[in-house]
Design a protein around this ligand. Structure first.
Ligand SMILES: Cc1cc2nc3c(=O)[nH]c(=O)nc-3n(C[C@H](O)[C@H](O)[C@H](O)COP(=O)(O)OP(=O)(O)OC[C@H]3O[C@@H](n4cnc5c(N)ncnc54)[C@H](O)[C@@H]3O)c2cc1C
Ligand SMILES: *[C@@H]1O[C@H](CO)[C@@H](O)[C@H](O)[C@H]1NC(C)=O
Ligand SMILES: *[C@@H]1O[C@H](CO)[C@@H](O)[C@H](O)[C@H]1NC(C)=O
Length: 491
């Protein structure tokens, strides 16, 4: 090589080094949100050797919608509560971790509904009456399975109908208040939205059961369901005692802008004026957040993406916890749940006691969903307590004591969640769902809503994070190789 050419090559090589160095001075990946999917995504990047990520989390904790709280002297779950079992063909990673850390969970016995269903003005329904409504629900589920199988066999087509349309076609649309309560318990109790708006094809058969088995285990442990998230995080984040203490996890950072206008770079702005730059971003906030205006995009996301986001659905599922000075409900085997039938579908319908989990705690909780959740979130707790007490007095008589404490999670009003978990709406195609999880340039999307089968569940969030990390990893490796290629070319 001649001297001049040598110098030129050296110069180019130095420019290349500077480029590399500046690339290294900002994190390769910015993850927004430290819920199950964000923590799972970061773990997978870490395992692939990408360790220069940062996680920006709006709150001061990891776990997101998996969140324990103290109530009446015990730890209860405001968010995710049930683990899917391990009797299915697939090992459930959540269940495996829970087993490993000996997280206390209790098999939920849903088998005795016929003995525990109360009328609007009080008194039990007969076993025969409830059994007839349960048979109707079972027939509807069987019919839905047949229809779903037929839809799924039609290659290239993406046909669907609502769960309600299936019930009508099966000539068993729930009509009486009792039938509607059982319908609410079977569908809204799981999907948090009504059969009228819910996809038959994407809900039935239920993959969480066909994959992991029928059993559902209710977590009641002072470490909380969130200790599963911590167990995953501990494999790659530094901890001091039981709290995350890793410079890569930055708490109290509410992301408000994602700027991807410059090729290969993403700039993130937070509400407190901080700016972070990376080669790619993974967004894990709930779809409720993406549907709101909390985060703006520069440039605006393309229409196909905004459409996929805004047409998917997030429901609201609210567990209202009540503490009493004494117990006045039946306990023991077969009495874990009781049900209340009201002319207003879903009005304080599903009750559960925690005697098995926390003996002597005298805690009950009742589950409401959707519009009832919105109504209850918007009113003072005292009003809700009075409504719940009125229901309990219809069931157990006027002599029962008032609740001494009440706790109502408000996931819908919280701008960081805007709902509890997603539901697949009727008419939403698989193509649209592919668009929902598809990246836009170097802006990637993860979260429970991006998992096509286990959407809505902690398991889904876990798998979604891994899958998104895998895509990001591919992008970063692809970006690396042409650069190395140019180095060889110059030399
Ligand atoms: C009441 C309720 C009951 C449930 N029951 C069950 C159950 O029994 N079993 C089950 O498997 N699943 C259940 N789930 C669902 C399960 O909790 C979720 O699917 C899962 O936790 C979602 O994880 P994620 O990472 O997708 O989202 P999230 O947990 O919502 O994580 C997103 C994170 O992003 C943060 N964030 C949001 N906006 C911003 C922003 N602008 N800037 C920075 N950070 C931001 C949030 O604070 C959060 O930490 C339940 C959920 C709720 C709420
Ligand atoms: C961690 O726990 C130990 C023992 O309980 C305690 O002495 C120490 O102060 C804790 N450290 C922090 C940073 O909380
Ligand atoms: C169902 O509940 C009834 C009424 O409390 C009880 O007598 C019965 O033992 C329970 N059955 C089962 C199988 O748990």
């Amino acid at each position: 090589m001649k001297g001049e050419a040598m110098k030129f090559h050296l110069l180019i090589f130095m420019v290349f080094l500077v480029t590399l160095a500046s690339a290294a001075s900002f994190p390769s990946v910015i993850i927004v949100g430290a819920g199950m999917s964000g923590i799972s995504a970061a773990k997978n990047l870490h395992d692939e050797g990408i360790k220069d990520f940062i996680i920006l989390e709006a709150t001061d904790r990891i776990g997101g919608r998996i969140h324990k709280t103290e109530f009446g002297g015990h730890v209860v779950e405001k968010g995710a509560n049930w683990l899917h079992g391990a009797e299915g063909p697939l090992k459930n990673p959540m269940y495996e971790i829970a087993k490993q850390i000996k997280l206390k969970s209790f098999y939920s016995d849903f088998s005795n509904v016929s003995y525990n269903t109360y009328k609007q003005e009080g008194g039990l329904y007969s076993k025969e009456e409830v059994d007839a409504a349960l048979d109707m629900a079972e027939s509807n589920e069987d019919y839905a399975e047949k229809i779903s199988e037929r839809f799924n066999a039609e290659k290239g087509k993406d046909d669907d109908m609502s769960l309600l349309a299936g019930e009508r076609l099966n000539k068993r649309e729930p009509k009486t208040p009792l039938e509607k309560m059982i319908d609410f318990y079977s569908f809204d109790g799981e999907q948090a939205e009504a059969p009228r708006v819910t996809s038959l094809k994407h809900i039935i058969p239920r993959p969480e059961f066909s994959l992991f088995g029928e059993g559902e285990y209710f977590v009641a442990d002072s470490r909380g369901f969130e200790s599963i998230v911590h167990e995953i995080a501990k494999t790659y984040l530094t901890y001091t005692n039981d709290t995350v203490n890793d410079p890569r996890v930055i708490f109290k950072q509410v992301v408000k802008e994602v700027d991807y206008s410059k090729s290969g770079i993403v700039t993130i702005k937070t509400e407190d004026g901080k700016v972070y730059t990376g080669q790619a971003v993974i967004l894990s906030p709930s779809i409720g957040v993406l549907q709101s205006d909390l985060i703006s995009f520069k440039p605006e996301l393309p229409f196909w993406k905004r459409r996929a986001i805004n047409e998917f659905s997030i429901g609201i599922y609210t567990k209202i916890f009540l503490k009493f000075p004494k117990k006045f409900w039946p306990t023991g085997k077969g009495n874990e749940f009781f049900f209340y039938v009201h002319e207003r579908r879903g009005y304080y319908a599903i009750w559960q006691q925690l005697e098995m989990e926390y003996p002597g705690a005298n805690i009950l909780f009742v589950t409401v969903t959707d519009d009832e959740s919105k109504r209850i979130e918007a009113q003072p707790d005292e009003k809700t307590k009075a409504e719940a007490m009125e229901v309990l007095r219809k069931i157990f008589g006027d002599d029962i004591p008032d609740a001494t404490d009440i706790m109502i999670p408000r996931w819908y009003s919280d701008r960081l969640y805007r709902g509890t978990f997603t539901n697949w709406p009727v008419g939403y195609t698989t193509e649209k769902h592919n668009n929902l999880k598809a990246p836009v340039e170097n802006v990637f999307f993860t979260g429970e809503h991006t998992h096509a089968e286990l959407f809505g569940y902690a398991d889904g969030a876990y798998y979604a994070g891994a899958s998104t990390a895998n895509e990001v990893n591919k992008l970063l490796k692809k970006k690396m190789s042409p650069r190395l290629g140019s180095l060889y070319w110059w030399m």
